[in-house]
Design a protein around this ligand. Structure first.
Ligand code: PCA
Length: 193
């Protein structure tokens, strides 16, 4: 049986909630027992979110990992293709850190591409009537930091892992983001074979 890890983020930047965690919880509701779905909410902190995710991956040994975060201003669900080795915060994270123009991993590669079937995910979401598009940038804040650290530590492993940004609930209802995440998980499971 496949094990899946699906994460969202805490609220940050003065917001009361984070639509990614709301969508993750809704997506996990009544998940079929043919695969084991574990969810977690990560802190919006450079480095620490990636460390917690690393620890979860080490303990659960999931076959598929999808981390999610909210992307303010985006109106579509956007699977991320690529994580870059750059931390450049526009606001302090929840621990007060505000890195500027720093590499995430010194001497690390400039970028990692996800091996998630992101094209198929977008097709499934679009076919279901959910606004979705591929994204070429997860930004330079905590989401990109977490995606980069995850792909860096999994670089020699076969685990399918990646990141999806969802819109804020003001732009897209959480139920739609949750439905999109379920389709993404189904797509990932299909790719596992
Ligand atoms: N979005 C932020 C960090 C946490 C979240 O949900 C980002 O896009 O980096």
């Amino acid at each position: 049986m496949a094990t899946i890890l699906l994460t969202g983020f805490d609220a940050f930047g003065g917001a009361a909630a984070n639509s990614s965690w709301d969508a993750v919880q809704l997506a996990a509701r009544d998940w079929p027992e043919s695969s084991a779905l574990v969810t977690a909410c990560l802190p919006v902190e450079f480095g620490r979110a990636g460390d917690i995710l690393d620890d979860l991956i080490g303990r659960l040994r999931p076959d598929l990992v999808i981390a999610t975060g909210v992307a303010a201003g985006r109106t579509k669900v956007t699977p991320e293709r690529i994580a870059i080795n750059l931390a450049d915060a526009r606001i302090p994270d929840n621990a007060g850190a505000e890195p500027r123009d720093e590499p995430i991993v010194a001497e690390g590669p400039d970028a990692y591409f996800t091996r998630l079937p992101v094209q198929d995910m977008v097709e499934r979401m679009t076919a279901a009537g959910i606004p979705a598009a591929l994204s070429l940038s997860a930004g330079t804040y905590v989401c990109n930091d977490t995606m980069y650290r995850m792909l860096h530590s999994l670089s020699s492993q076969t685990t399918l892992a990646g990141f999806i940004h969802v819109p804020d609930s003001a732009e897209l209802p959480v139920a739609s983001s949750a439905a999109a995440l379920r389709l993404a998980l189904e797509s990932g499971l299909a790719a596992l074979g």
